[in-house]
Design a protein around this ligand. Structure first.
Ligand code: FAD
Ligand code: AMP
Length: 478
């Protein structure tokens, strides 16, 4: 095996594997090192996203949503089901099948594109040299013209709630319960806490979500966050804001959780506890002292807008660098870096990163929120359209939520789009495209949308910015 490459990538998550594939497509000799071991005990590719993140969580979210539909919603649309039962081991086994299919697919893509997959640990030395310690065999030093660091992130652990195998778990453990806990506690009402809390709540757990902040989803639009909290509450998620967890102790197989709220010290007893208090950049063992790469004050690898570190020809992408910890953000950074190494000049537009929370209804947004614009003193106008007025949403018996379009008061340029509703994750892509092309709300209003679709609600919200949505009575008419 040659140990000299144009590019060595450390980490085969969505940031690293996309970078490696794009490098190989561009004719660069590329190796990608990853140390992950999958559930089957074998090396796996795809990082957090494919193994323990986006994909397995969506497999369980989709399965649990189907269960809710069969149990509670089919009758209303005229489908009588004799009995509906959950088979948790089968649900988990199917999730594992999806994961192994997709992670195996990355191996296939590496082979097909000519990326050398190296299973083991990588460590950046000085001068673009990389120490590779394989799972089996001798350590060797690889030489590269360029190195891309994509080691990702790991769950944050908190001192008051140390993990206890199978009982107090992080997001990875919460994807592996073998039965539905009767009572489930979740620490953290962030994206991951809400998604995993939803899975088990839908399957029958009594779920309490403890969140230290007073505000629900502060990064989302206030109105959307308020409506989402109400709907999730109606579904059974008991979200308690302003509650800081101070301790968690395993007792008789369950967990006694202590927390503080406005009234003082409280306790809660649950069967399982999920700690979902965020993720931190993972840099353990990644850098030799003379690598030349620096960390920022929060432990992320320090990079500029082009993902260049302080060391010449060394780049870093994905969760390990500033910006939202999202798979698609890492992928675009990986592709940008690969193309820059090959001499092209692409950029990542950090202003148009879509955010999605895969609850039901889904919550999705891009661009600025109303509260951000207010804080910045910017003049803006708002249009919105409720899914209750959407023919397609009504026909599908899925008509909660709304689309909200925010545009600049003067230029009409779209500044932000916020969606709470069915398939918000798909609808938001259209808003991203519009914003990438600097569209105005009027532009979006002039475009024809197929009827009946959920996307029409985006069209109508854009029209309503100027006060002439068709399928609702506009507050301001023109
Ligand atoms: P990772 O995916 O973490 O991959 C890094 C890889 O590098 C790992 O395989 C790691 O083992 C390897 N590695 C690290 N150090 C070394 C080393 N020194 N040597 C060799 N290998 C090394 N994001 C979304 O956009 N949408 C979602 O729906 C979504 N859902 C999520 C649900 C859950 C439960 C979780 C936990 C996360 C979710 N995320 C989601 C976040 C998403 O998974 C991450 O943003 C994404 O995986 C980051 O990609 P990455 O390539 O930077 O790092
Ligand atoms: P995110 O970073 O989006 O995954 O969200 C994690 C959430 O966990 C944040 O909203 C934090 O406020 C919350 N959190 C962190 N520590 C605690 C704690 N001890 N008790 C309750 N909530 C917490």
């Amino acid at each position: 095996m040659s140990n000299t490459y144009d590019v060595v990538v450390i980490g085969a998550g969505p940031a690293g594997y996309a970078a490696a594939i794009r490098c190989a497509q561009l004719g660069l000799s590329t190796a990608c090192i990853d140390k992950s071991i999958g559930k089957d005990g074998h090396p796996t590719l795809g990082g957090t996203c494919l193994n323990w993140g986006c994909i397995p969580s969506k497999a369980l979210l989709d399965a649990s949503h189907k269960y809710v539909q069969a149990k509670s919603e089919f009758a209303e649309v005229g489908i009588a089901v004799e009995s509906v039962a959950i088979d948790v081991p089968q649900m988990i086994a199917r999730k594992d099948e999806v994961v192994s299919g997709l992670t195996g697919g990355i191996g296939g893509l590496f082979k097909g594109n000519g990326v050398t997959a190296l299973h083991g640990s990588g460590r950046l030395l000085a001068q673009c040299q990389v120490e590779f310690a394989p799972h089996e065999g001798e350590v060797e030093v690889l030489s590269a013209k360029h190195v891309i660091l994509a080691p990702g992130s790991v769950p944050v652990e908190i001192q008051p709630a140390p993990l206890v195998d199978g009982v107090i778990v992080d997001s990875t453990g919460a994807l592996e319960f073998t039965e539905v806990p009767e009572k489930l506690g979740v620490i953290g009402a962030g994206v991951i806490g809400l998604e995993l809390g939803s899975v088990w709540s839908r399957l029958g757990s009594e779920v309490v979500v403890l969140e230290a902040l007073e505000e629900f989803l502060p990064m989302a639009d206030e109105r959307i966050a308020r409506d989402a909290k109400k709907i999730l509450g109606q579904q059974g998620l008991d979200i308690r804001l302003g509650t800081r967890v101070t301790g968690a102790e395993v007792q008789d197989g369950g967990v006694s959780v202590s927390y503080q709220d406005a009234e003082g010290d409280q306790t809660l007893t649950v069967d399982k506890l999920i700690v979902a208090v965020g993720r931190r950049p993972y840099t353990e063992g990644l850098l030799s002292p003379d690598s030349g790469v620096n960390l920022d004050e929060r432990g992320f690898l320090y990079v500029n807008d082009l993902c260049q570190t302080d060391a010449p020809n060394v780049y870093a992408v994905g969760d390990v660098v500033r910006g939202p910890m999202l798979a698609h953000k890492g992928t675009e950074e990986g592709v940008m870096v690969a193309e820059r190494i090959a001499g092209f000049k692409p950029l990542v537009n950090y202003e148009t990163i879509p955010n999605v929370i895969y609850t039901h209804p889904e919550i999705a947004w891009v661009g600025k929120t109303e509260q951000q614009l207010k804080a910045d003193g910017d003049d803006y106008k708002v249009g919105s359209f409720p899914f209750a007025a959407s023919g397609r949403a009504q026909a599908a018996n899925d008509a909660h939520g709304m689309v909200k379009v925010i545009a600049d008061a003067e230029s009409d340029r779209i500044l932000g789009v916020h969606v709470l509703g069915p398939q918000a994750s798909e609808i938001i892509a259209q808003a991203v495209i519009a914003m990438e092309f600097d569209a105005s709300a009027e532009d979006l209003g002039l475009i024809m949308f197929a009827h009946p679709t959920l996307s029409e609600s985006l069209h109508e919200a854009a029209l309503s910015v100027a006060g002439h949505a068709i399928h609702m009575v506009n507050r301001k008419r023109r």
